[in-house]
Write a protein of this length. Structure first.
Length: 342
């Protein structure tokens, strides 16, 4: 299949391209597009064959359900059995980096939800994503636009690398702002449970819900077992070729450990601010090394490590709190549990 590659910087000026992309989605084809979190590989959420095409293109197990993207939070009504809590979450956080899991309505084929009787709904904020859903006129099922098991794509070049020849169109809308996938929450009555942490934190959810919990598998992948609350939890994820080693210790202990252990082909994740401390190769996370910068650069640095044939990447183990929980959750999976004490 030939993949058309288009660059969009202004939605208004690129209306024709987005109309064409919408038409491709309506016809059951695959279109990769930017969102504020990571790039998505989109197809009609109302078609079982389109969903199967996504699984084939990604090389993804078909029991791992897809997120359904909607143009407006109120459209959830057509696809899921909503509750007052959904609308409180929607009012505060949508459009934005949050996905809500609710009982599905029959219009969503079971191929889209990996056979589950729930559906995950997300209303993205990125203007290109919003305009594409509007142009398609139907909801868009979209997992991250990477080959299954590779780091999620945060730029169109990552998508091209993984999916060229496997989808009809790739829309290049620049780098994703956030860089890690949306927060996934399941709502049951007036309670909600975080199945995957993202930029909307537990603390933020507590402003609209008194009962917020975090699934145990978020910080301990081994607890996902064979019947996890979110099927995505059980797969090996986000893994680069390079070995990722998380180092548990203070900032000083981390520097000492890396300088003692890192070899010629190894690298360390460091901010600009701290780079002078290290003797090995650097993968620069940002200016100051804030949680937002580290989330933003994570996947692209893991891809860079592979491109540069880095053998081993040393990363300081982040805390499990606030915005760092998303980073922690991705890193323990990328490291496949390799945590060393400094
Ligand atoms: O930020 C994002 O959410 C990106 C962009 C493209 O929107 N999408 C994304 O999709 O990360 P994906 O397919 O890579 O991850 C979806 C996650 C998986 O872990 C899946 O198991 C979970 O959401 N999920 C989807 N539907 C579910 C459901 N009905 N119940 C529980 N978990 C569900
Ligand atoms: Mg994914």
């Amino acid at each position: 299949m030939r993949t058309e590659y288009v660059i969009i910087s202004d939605c208004e000026k690129s209306k024709d391209i987005l109309e064409k992309a919408g038409e491709l989605i309506r016809c059951g084809e695959l279109v990769a597009f930017p969102t504020e979190t990571v790039y998505g590989l989109g197809a009609s959420a109302l078609s079982s064959t389109a969903a199967e095409r996504i699984y084939t293109a990604k090389g993804r197990p078909s029991d791992n359900p897809l997120i359904v993207h909607i143009a407006m939070a109120s459209h959830a009504e057509k696809y899921a059995h909503t509750t007052p809590l959904y609308y409180r979450i929607a009012e505060r956080f949508m459009p934005g980096p949050i996905t809500v899991v609710m009982p599905k309505k029959d219009i969503i084929p079971s191929e889209v939800t990996g056979g589950l009787d729930t559906v995950a709904l997300r209303c993205p904020e990125n203007p290109i994503a919003r305009k594409l859903i509007e142009c398609a006129g139907i909801p868009i099922a979209a997992p991250s636009a990477n080959r299954s098991g590779c780091p999620s794509p945060t730029s169109a070049s990552h998508v091209k690398c993984d999916l060229d020849g496997r989808c009809s169109m790739i829309i290049d809308g620049g780098e994703c702002d956030i860089g890690v996938e949306s927060t996934v929450v399941a709502i049951i009555g007036e309670s909600c449970k975080i199945l995957r942490p993202g930029a909307v934190t537990a603390e933020m959810l507590r402003t609209v819900c008194t009962d917020v919990s975090v699934d145990k598998a978020v910080v301990n992948p081994a607890l996902a077992g064979n019947h996890p609350s979110s099927p995505g939890m059980k797969y090996k994820h986000y893994s680069p070729e390079a070995e990722v080693i998380l180092v548990d210790g203070t900032a000083e202990e981390f520097v000492r450990y890396v300088n003692q252990n890192a070899g010629e082909n190894d690298a360390v994740f460091s901010s600009e601010k701290n780079k002078a401390s290290f003797k090995c190769k650097l993968l620069i996370t940002g200016k100051d090394g804030t949680a937002a910068e580290e989330n933003h650069s994570l996947y692209s640095l893991l891809r860079q490590a592979d491109a540069e044939k880095i053998a081993c990447v040393y990363i300081k183990k982040p805390p499990k709190t606030g915005e760092y929980l998303a980073l922690y959750n991705r890193l323990i999976r990328a490291a496949a549990g390799r945590i060393v004490k400094a």
